[in-house]
Write a protein that binds this ligand. Sequence first.
Ligand SMILES: Cc1cc2nc3c(=O)[nH]c(=O)nc-3n(C[C@H](O)[C@H](O)[C@H](O)COP(=O)(O)OP(=O)(O)OC[C@H]3O[C@@H](n4cnc5c(N)ncnc54)[C@H](O)[C@@H]3O)c2cc1C
Length: 636
Amino acid sequence: MLEARIPSGPIEQKWDKCRYEMKLMNPANRRKHSIIVVGAGLAGAAAAATLGQQGYHVHCFSYHDTPRRAHSIAAQGGINSSKNYRNDGDSVLRLFKDTVKGGDYRAREANVYRLAEVSGNIIDQCVAQGVPFAREYGGLLDNRSFGGVQVERTFYARGQTGQQLLLGAYQALEEQIAAGTVTMHFRSELLDIVLVNGRARGIVTRDLVTGQLDSHAGDVVVLATGGYSNVFYLSTNAKASNCTAIWRAHRRGALFGNPCFTQIHPTCIPLSSDFQSKLTLMSESLRNDGRIWVPKRKGDTRGPSQIPESERDYYLENRYPSFGNLVPRDVASRNAKEVCDEGRGVGPHGQGVYLDFADAIHRLGSQTVREKYGNLFEIYERITGEDAYTVPMRIYPAPHYTMGGLWVDYHLMSTIPGLFVGGEANFSDHGANRLGASALMQGLADGYFVLPATVPDYVAANKLDPVSTSDGAFKSAKAEVKDRIDKLLAIDGKRTPDSFHKELGKIVWDDCGMARADAGLRKALARIPELRDEFWHNLRVVGTGEELNQSLEKANRISDFLELSELMCSDALQRTESCGGHFRVESQTPDGEAKRDDEHFAYTAAWEWKGAGQAHALHKEPLSFEYVPLSQRSYK
Ligand SMILES: Cc1cc2nc3c(=O)[nH]c(=O)nc-3n(C[C@H](O)[C@H](O)[C@H](O)COP(=O)(O)OP(=O)(O)OC[C@H]3O[C@@H](n4cnc5c(N)ncnc54)[C@H](O)[C@@H]3O)c2cc1C
């Protein structure tokens, strides 16, 4: 069932060989084919624009009112590339190795190598589009460092890298919209995938303004619908980000890869009240100059300025002298949790550590710090009312990114023929832990370079009979969607969608968050089906299905989170090793680091939907490491 289609030959020749062997289509024939791209964030906009430019007719869908509102716009810190502009020892091989190691050896080597290989093209593409990357005084593109690496390879546009990259992709997309190759469908939410003869041939959507259900036919469907961190309720993701597109595809037969691999980001503004519904990231770039510390003494309630140097614990610098504050996210998050659990956390609830810029300001001057991080300091001040130029920031880990997603082969095709998946929505190249500034790199690699090669190959290589939305498969998929919506509206219970989401988020955070243990996972696996059952009997959705109805939108998305969360816990339970962000309490090294079990778990877990209320079936894609030999990850 799992054929990864990794090309043979040396790793540095695989992508070239694959592209050479792929079928091409004559430009005059391309316009006869239509491609559905769902998502207009970085991955989706880049793919839609590029496929449109090639001459295919692309229908691009987004539940937002413009591509510019996709969650990608929130990305702050930067995008990696192995250009080696700093001449500090970087190379394709080093970026490849750092990413495999950073992911704790749970990613597919061939994909990661390709990612490193095309990373240089991404920067060229974006510069050609006019993306205003930061430059040094002499005019060259500037670089900084992100966690888990010892070179400076991160390109950035102040703290707005995602926004500037998205504007670049958006203008490329707009060009194709104007040229007539891309048709945009705004405020249009995918609620099902349509299969004809086992192939993905269309989608069912709901117009979020009028509530109208429609179906759309095409030769290929590409999903670039982002990640599912909002399963935790509180996360750094945009409030609307959800799992519905990939989950509905999963229910139609697409295997789900590594659902329990989620990333908890170490530098977020701590939760301040129980009524909060959103967490805010403070970019990892701040760890270039900010120093992380807590008081040495438990329960020390003195303000930071009252605590002398000798009574501070710069715990990352002390424990990981080689990487210091720039250890990868999983390591930084776990250490923050540990010092807070010991009672050395700071701030009102003791759930915080300091990120202190005093040294950097002393060394560089506050103007330089302002130039590098000004907008991040401003965000922090607006939310906390504190001035981080004079008082250290307080930070705490929060759900941020999902390495899990739909399983895809080397061509980024899921187990449903004709259903491709790009960006954060696929199970991706980051293994069990994503390194900072690598998501933008992967989303744009998928969108600008990989999908525009592999999707046309699929179209050229397969005989795709014409289909129409009046065919039975389209009608029955649409009827099923309508049925589900009617069911949600008819429950007429007492609890709001948000109250279910909040309760679910707490279960997943407590038992499948930063640390996972057998007992907790079993508890969650017993509780989630009960909560799901209550949801289907006691939910209250106000309004109707024929209007703008955010209560209904949320309920629909939460119904999917209630299923996905169970799969996350099952996946975490079966993986009794620790790796990257998946920290099984039972599997630690003597000094508390994640302890892998390569003999039993060097595989990608790919789960098959077996029907509502049925246990999923587990398939395994074995992972082999020929170029980056397996070793215990160390950042000391
Ligand atoms: C606060 C923050 C900061 C970050 N900073 C960085 C950084 O500095 N560097 C880095 O590399 N990464 C960063 N990341 C991660 C990175 O931003 C994301 O992984 C990446 O932008 C995801 O892009 P995407 O195109 O896959 O998805 P998204 O940008 O989430 O786009 C999803 C698209 O799909 C559409 N969609 C979703 N579901 C449906 C549906 N059912 N029907 C129709 N349309 C749908 C949406 O409308 C949207 O257009 C950050 C993440 C966060 C949360």
